[in-house]
Ligand binder design. Structure first.
Ligand code: NAI
Length: 314
């Protein structure tokens, strides 16, 4: 059994809290999980055990520790204080609700010492919106993972204007240490980078389907068989650079055309109305609601295989 590197507190033991626990334990940290619902804590510990065994089977277990060694590093508690006291880093993973985040960070503010990093997994809320009045506000930061974090390693690190630079540096370095790929947002912006990009794609996809240009099924193929193939390895900027003789040449060749096409995108579509209803209906026909769990397993198996391939290629 290796020496633990220090204590990490996980607040909220749902989907994301469990993933973080596994990521930290794989790197040798002692992890204490807290949840307001005691049943969730025991189900999280059981869920983590199963997931670690599955990862071991598929050859995707992270770090050098065995499943048993990792499991010994993870424990659960029903007392908030036991999770927070003595932790060098807290990862908050409660539901995406503003009032709740505010409350949880106020609780953290009461107990945290002056050095603990107080990170939130929030997908959308800049840290400045829920930390302004806290005495430890300079220790609050967002570390937003990508779901499922074990196969999609990207984490967006987003400091508030008052976050201490040491806290940002410590968050970036702990993410790197546990095998996440951390990117730093230099200023706060609603939705951060990943969801802003994702939502711009989703909104144009919805326009194309609502305007009867393409079916939902074919539209998804545009991503999975086209754009998605390359985006698993190179981003949109590198795509431009490689698709011509460099970025400057790409902009000379295609810049004006891209501008002209994007000018025709039209207004930002609301999530309502006949076009929207049509998308819901097509999706429900394609993947009936009672087959969602099966389809998620299908997705996770493919993400697992892709993660493995990427790791082998590096
Ligand atoms: P979830 O609903 O699966 O889990 C939330 C957990 O927090 C539950 O176990 C609940 O009992 C617990 N909880 C509720 N109130 C609490 C309190 N006051 N103190 C302690 N625990 C409390 O939610 P999920 O999906 O794990 O999301 C957590 C956070 O991660 C959210 O902010 C979400 O936006 C973010 N996130 C979620 C992603 C996703 O795809 N699910 C991806 C990236 C970030």
């Amino acid at each position: 059994m290796s020496e633990s590197k220090g204590k990490i507190g996980i607040i909220g033991s749902g989907l994301i809290g469990r993933s973080w626990s596994m990521l930290f334990a794989a790197a040798g940290y002692k992890v204490v999980i807290y949840d307001i619902d005691a049943n969730q804590v025991s189900s999280a510990l059981e869920g983590v055990r199963e997931q670690l065994k599955d990862l071991e089977k598929s050859g995707l277990l992270r770090g050098k520790l065995s499943v048993d060694e990792q499991l010994q590093l993870i424990s659960g508690t029903n007392k908030f204080e036991d999770c927070v006291k003595g932790a060098k880093y807290i990862q908050e993973c409660t539901p995406e609700n503003f009032e709740l985040k505010k409350k949880v960070f106020q609780q953290l503010d009461q107990l945290a010492d002056d050095h603990t990093v107080l990170a939130s997994s929030t997908s959308s809320m800049p840290a400045s919106t829920f930390s302004e009045d806290l005495k430890h506000r300079s220790q609050v930061i967002v570390a937003h993972p990508t779901n499922p974090p074990f196969y999609c390693p990207l984490t967006e690190v987003v400091p508030a204007p008052w976050t201490k630079p040491e806290v940002t540096t410590a968050t970036m370095s702990i993410m790197k240490e546990i095998g996440q790929v951390a990117v730093l947002l230099k200023k706060e912006v609603l939705g951060f980078a990943l969801n802003r990009i994702q939502y711009s794609i989703v909104q144009e996809c919805r326009r194309l389907v609502s305007n009867d240009v393409i079916s939902v099924e074919d539209l998804d193929k545009v991503m999975t068989e086209g754009l998605g193939m390359r985006y698993a390895f190179i981003g949109p900027m590198e795509t431009c650079h490689l698709n011509a003789e460099g970025m400057a040449n790409y902009s000379e060749r295609y810049g004006e055309m891209i501008y002209r096409i994007t000018e025709t995108f039209g207004p930002n579509p609301k999530w309502e109305g006949p076009g929207h209803e049509k998308i819901i209906q097509e999706m429900n026909e394609q993947i009936p609601l009672d087959t969602l769990a099966e389809r998620r397993r299908w997705r996770d198996a493919r993400l697992t295989a892709l993660a493995k391939l990427k790791r082998e290629m590096e």
